[in-house]
Design a protein around this ligand. Structure first.
Ligand SMILES: Nc1ncnc2c1ncn2[C@@H]1O[C@H](COP(=O)(O)OP(=O)(O)OP(=O)(O)O)[C@@H](O)[C@H]1O
Length: 721
């Protein structure tokens, strides 16, 4: 009985109810900073500690790996148990499903999870084989095209990927005529060749297995006695379907979300799943959590005032629990450089008052904003770290290190090609071509081909033999060793670290040190599940947020990245029309999402919130007015460093009114919505990917064209499918 009290201590009534209502369908509609994560963690512990549920029978889905890692270590601390059950993102959980059941689709346990860098490697190969260049399509565009095709145009693609033998896929690739088809089938062929799965495949394959194999479906349904899902307002359709299947047996499903924080509809998420949850699952119990523990009343009155301007929302105000602090500060600058120097000055002042740099975060709508800020931070000697940009795990040295590990585990072609000549072993293009042909002729992997042909004169003057010995030697070491030990051996014996030292690449060496640290953390938080293959299967899903504390540095990140995080002091910068809200905002609904995004940004702040904007020109040459989100807030709640010029406020209001009118006028009478399939007299069939209200055009991805086209609203298009 005492433990039970302990677990519930420090929770408010609503949180307690959320923790102890364990059976059936439960929905928590919560506000920002209301302790959702805390409730979720305690609920997990309560199930385990009080009800005696085995952690392996619980699934807890989080939106980011960071939240998952944090929860795992909290559960570990609470239960003292190494088995922390399934705490993961949807993609991460699908990896677990497939590690157990990929045989059902004829894939081995050693399938690879592909990240962007892997896909780019495959693209490089396809481009070379078919004489394509980046002028035909950049890798980024090609990846987007794959995603669109897998999600929208050809959602059944996975059936081919699963059912067709490699030779048949190759034939489709060889016969493909259009650029799109060449790339798409080339990609599917390369994927299948190494049993690689990208993010889309992970979910599709899992759903497919559940649909086709009742025994497997039942096994997972029965295993997952309790399912909990965080950030439910941003769930998308395939994830929703997966969840629906998984909870089908025990029917214990607990979801938590905040409709005001839906910020991923542009990527297919829908807030409707949260709002309509009770109609889909009759008997749902709804719990409201509105007390906010994070922010001062001053910050909360500002965010309440902002989000109230959204028209399609359930009305709810965040209720402060914390004591009073400072008013929210608002600064208007005449130029971006002045805004940045003001920001650096405020940070230096806070630091002098004893605030650590790590307690401060700069948030922005888009990455390009950081340039002027970085300049001023450098000048003021304020240490900072940018999150994202290049994802940590996509960095060259990180990818190389992981490819070595992957080669040890799987001997796959992708990893082989990545590391065979890094450091240099004199194995250039000609010899690689020889290997590819040899491998194809003998139906073997490149690694096997090298083994089989090692006596061939072509290897004279190379370090091919040493390379084979290296891999075999390392493979021996990896038996029974921890991932971090293997990694250290790999970097040492391969000569990789020595190469970086010779090059004087300190930053890359630091990144590798960071990788070692993150592997150690992974081992600690995962207990017994921390084998090499487990690590590799999940590493592809990590992002740079999953890497440890960078030291006492100011953090710079986009608002999307800041989701779910909190910081004592938040500087939300470049609050200007054309930046935030983004100039790409085309519809009134998208404008509401921009406002939710601003709300998410501001609700990250605990003690101090600073808003700023700067005059000047946007990248498209338009005037930068103060953002409508500053105008939305009751000005009595803001502490302006200097009064906003009257003239500017008037001009900004006129601009906002005109743009709002344009948005609604142009979208009201539109014949098509995003995602609609249409046909055009000349270009053929295509999918509406965006609506450009400003230009008065649909942005359409035509099946037969490499790039999107803007087609005027007035053009004759017909709906199909
Ligand atoms: N009952 C409580 N008593 C005191 N502090 C609490 C309580 N519940 C939560 N907190 C604190 O409030 C802050 C916000 O909690 P948490 O991160 O769980 O919120 P959240 O609802 O997930 O936030 P968001 O949706 O805005 O990301 C945390 O610092 C947490 O420690």
């Amino acid at each position: 009985m005492e433990d039970w009290q302990d677990l519930l201590e420090g929770l408010n009534d609503a949180q307690r109810e959320a923790v102890t209502t364990t059976e059936g369908f439960v929905r928590v509609l919560a506000g920002a900073g209301s302790g959702k994560t805390r409730a979720l963690t305690h609920r997990f512990a309560y199930l385990v500690e009080e009800l005696g549920i085995l952690p392996g029978n619980i699934l807890c889905v989080t939106f980011t790996n960071k939240a998952a890692t944090e929860m795992r270590s909290r559960i570990h601390a609470l239960t003292g148990d190494n088995d922390t059950g399934y705490i993961n993102t949807f993609h991460g959980f699908c990896v677990s499903i497939l590690q157990e059941d990929s045989h059902a689709v004829g894939y081995p346990k050693s399938f690879l999870v592909l990240d962007n860098a892997d896909i780019d490697d495959m693209l490089a190969k396809i481009y070379e084989e078919r004489g394509l260049t980046l002028r035909d399509m950049t890798y980024g565009q090609a990846r987007d095209m794959f995603e669109m095709r897998k999600l929208v145009q050809q959602p059944d693609y996975y059936k081919e990927l699963i059912a067709l033998p490699l030779t048949a896929l190759k034939e489709k690739y060889d016969r493909a005529q259009t650029k799109q088809d060449i790339l798409f089938y080339g990609y599917l062929y390369e994927e299948k060749k190494c049993f690689g799965l990208d993010y889309n495949d992970l979910i599709k394959f899992s759903l497919h297995i559940f649909a086709e194999h009742e025994d497997i479906r039942k096994k997972w349904q029965q295993r997952l006695e309790y399912i909990m899902i965080d950030e439910f307002q941003d769930i998308d359709e395939p994830q929703y379907r997966l969840m629906n299947v998984l909870c089908g047996w025990h029917k214990n499903l607990f979801v938590v979300g905040d409709p005001d924080q839906t910020i991923y509809t542009w990527r297919g998420a829908s807030g409707r799943y949260l709002l309509d949850f009770d109609t889909h699952f009759p008997g749902t119990k709804t719990i409201y959590m509105l007390e906010n523990y994070r922010s001062t009343p001053e910050i909360l009155s500002v965010v309440n005032s902002l989000i109230a301007k959204n028209t399609s929302r359930i009305e709810k105000d965040l209720v402060p629990v914390k004591g009073h602090g400072h008013k929210v500060i608002c600064h208007h600058a005449t130029a971006a450089s002045e805004e940045a120097s003001w920001l650096a000055g405020e940070m230096a002042r806070l630091h002098e008052e004893g605030v650590a740099y790590r307690e401060m975060a700069v948030l922005y709508r888009a990455h390009y904003i950081t340039r002027s800020i970085e300049e001023q931070l450098l000048r003021a000697e304020i240490p900072y770290m940018i999150y994202s940009g290049v994802q940590f795990f996509a960095r060259r040295e990180i990818k190389d290190a992981l490819s070595y590990l992957r080669l040890l585990a799987y001997r796959d072609d992708l990893s082989f090609l990545r590391v065979v000549n890094v450091p240099k072993r004199n194995i250039g293009q000609r010899r690689r071509k020889f290997l590819t042909e040899y491998a194809e002729a003998h139906e073997m992997t490149l690694y096997q081909a090298m083994q089989a042909s090692i006596e061939d004169p072509i290897w004279k003057g190379t370090k091919a033999r040493e390379f084979l010995q290296l891999v075999e030697g390392l493979a021996d070491v990896s038996e029974g060793a921890s991932v971090s030990e293997v990694l250290a051996e790999v970097l040492d014996r391969s000569g990789y670290e020595a190469m970086l030292r010779t090059e004087g690449s300190q930053a890359r060496l630091d990144n590798l040190a960071e990788l070692k640290q993150s592997v150690r953390e992974y081992e600690v938080s995962c207990g017994e599940e921390a084998g090499l293959t487990d690590y590799l299967a999940h590493a592809a899903l990590f992002t740079n947020q999953d890497v440890g504390d960078p030291g006492d540095k100011v953090k710079l990140m986009t608002v999307h990245t800041a989701k779910g995080l909190e910081f004592p002091y938040v500087f939300l910068v470049a609050l200007n029309e054309g930046v935030f809200p983004s100039r790409k905002t085309r519809t009134p609904e998208a404008m509401e999402e921009e406002r939710r995004l601003a709300f998410v940004a501001m609700t990250r702040a605990e003690k101090g919130l600073y808003l700023s904007d700067a005059e000047g020109l946007n990248i498209d040459g338009s005037m930068r007015y103060p953002s409508r989100f500053i105008l939305d807030i009751d000005h009595a709640l803001l502490d302006f460093t200097a009064p906003l010029p009257e003239r500017l406020v008037r001009a900004a209001r006129d601009f906002v009114r005109a743009s709002a009118r344009r948005l609604s006028r142009q979208t009201e009478s539109l014949a098509f919505r995003e995602g609609d399939r249409v046909t055009h007299r000349v270009f053929g069939d295509g999918t509406v990917v965006a609506i450009d209200a400003e230009k008065g055009a649909y942005v359409i991805h035509f099946d037969e064209l490499a790039t999107n086209r803007s087609i005027a609203f007035r053009a004759k298009l017909q709906k199909i499918g």
